[in-house]
Design a binder for this molecule. Structure first.
Ligand SMILES: [Zn+2]
Length: 456
């Protein structure tokens, strides 16, 4: 018998509204008592608890941006005042997201929040059609700082009580590179694990599938592929499906998610093209708002996607712009029957950040890092595909530099190391001269990263 969606998704409109009101009212009590950032903003706006009774007053709340958060992330963590018990204040874990100045911004989850995170991860798996017969291959690399993707796959398996194997692709850590797996090992782990779900960055999954094919390995058990982090077009979907069929998978389904550190999870599809479902309508509320006035827009109109945490106790945001514009609908999903918000268009980033190999990169951090290197006279960063002829190719970050005549011999190695430490991506460094048209005749501060992926 197939496992059904969480009963949460079967609620009637009035029941869901009532549940949301209940948790949000308790959250608002805590925010007014103990949220450093919002207490300050509310005072500036003259807002009292009586003015903000519940969800009907949401539009009265000040709008929050990623810039507000990363400027002072500690001010977004709830204090202890009004806590029901210590699960609301004891820190379970801290994940990090891209910050403004190079220092990643902490996102704190308390013990109370971690239980919610398990629940929302289980909901994500159920929406994606996972059953107790499935098993996960976690293809996310170990990151320099705690980052949602790697931990999410492990936690989701725990919440669903299914097996997970972490392949730890890449270098593991700088101090213990032996912990990581090279590509051939990853392909071998994929084959021997017999996992039914591959979960990782799409360009890397494609690389693993390609290598497995070269090595003559088979992945017949694979029936689901979870991809996150990068936009994934129809051509890429078909390509990956065909590769997996050649590896023996009977009917692989690619399931795309729209994730964010601020959710500790992602909005997921129940079927390709069915939209990205809010996986926990009792924890998150999404709005699409007018980018200028921040007024809520009707269903189906493209607007800034705004997240409100209905039930968090660590880092907590209200009416927080995730940095993308997209179309939202609140209509029950015609395919799976879930009552929750869905994003029904491909989200587009408008906050100036760039995604490279699944990592959210602040161009200014890259500029600051390379600018700090005295041996570099000029530079230009270029994000391109490994194979420019293929839209499915891996991302490649190339740093073109004009070195000083007196530059030390290990400049390239030093730059690769410092850029990796700053943004989590290792660049290929190419030396060039000031005659290079990429270097001459433009101001790299205005366009520090040229994104060639967007052409064609
Ligand atoms: Zn659905």
């Amino acid at each position: 018998m197939p496992e059904l969606l969480d009963p949460l998704f079967a609620l009637k409109d009035a029941e869901l509204a009532q549940l949301r009101e209940k948790v949000f009212t308790a959250t608002l009590d805590r925010v007014f008592a103990a949220h450093p950032y919002y207490r300050r903003r509310f005072a500036q706006h003259g807002l009292t608890r009586e003015d903000v009774r519940g969800l009907a007053d949401l539009a009265k709340l000040p709008f929050t941006t990623k810039a507000d958060y990363v400027a002072d992330p500690e001010a977004f963590v709830l204090g202890a005042a009004g806590a029901a018990d210590d699960t609301e204040t004891v820190v379970w874990d801290i994940m990090y997201t891209t910050g403004s100045s190079g220092a990643p911004a902490p996102f704190v989850s308390t013990a109370y929040d971690f239980v919610n995170i398990l629940a929302l991860n289980r909901n994500m798996l159920r929406l994606r059609g996972v059953t107790s017969a499935d098993s996960i291959l976690n293809l996310f690399p170990l990151t320099r700082y705690p980052h949602g993707a790697f931990a999410r796959a492990m936690n989701a398996a725990a919440a669903m009580k299914i097996p997970v194997v972490a392949a730890l692709p890449g270098h593991g850590s700088e101090r213990r590179p032996e912990l990581g797996s090279r590509l051939d090992e990853v392909a071998a782990i994929a084959a021997r694990s017999g996992a039914t779900i591959l979960w990782g960055v799409p360009t890397f999954i494609r690389k693993v599938a390609a290598r497995a094919e070269e090595l003559g390995l088979k992945l017949p058990a694979v029936r689901l592929v979870f991809v996150t982090g990068e936009s994934f077009g129809e051509a890429a979907r078909q390509d990956l499906e065909q590769r997996l069929r050649r590896l023996g998978a009977a009917n692989p389904v690619i399931s795309v998610s729209y994730g964010a550190t601020e959710m500790q999870g992602g909005m997921v599809e129940c079927a390709p093209g069915a939209g990205y479902h809010n996986p926990a309508p009792d924890q998150f509320l999404f709005e699409a708002v007018d980018p200028e006035t921040h007024a809520p827009l009707p269903d189906g109109e493209e607007g800034l996607i705004v997240l409100t945490h209905l039930d968090r106790r660590g880092t907590l945001m209200l009416r927080y712009a995730l940095g993308d514009v997209a179309c939202l609908t609140r209509v029950r999903c015609p395919r799976c029957g879930a009552l929750t918000e869905r994003i029904v268009s491909m989200p587009r980033r408008i906050d100036g950040l760039v995604k490279i190999k699944g990592m959210l990169v602040n161009p200014q951090v890259l500029v600051d890092t390379v600018s700090a290197e005295a041996d570099v006279l000029e530079f230009q960063a270029v994000v391109a595909k490994d194979d420019p002829g293929s839209p499915l190719s891996m991302d490649r970050l190339v740093l073109k530099i004009v070195p000083a005549a007196t530059a030390s011999a290990n400049l390239v190695e030093r730059l690769q190391h410092s850029v990796y430490r700053a943004i989590g991506v290792t660049p290929a460094v190419e030396e060039t001269s000031t005659d290079d048209p990429l270097i001459s005749g433009r101001d790299w501060k205005a366009r520090p990263i040229i994104d060639l992926r967007k052409q064609g």
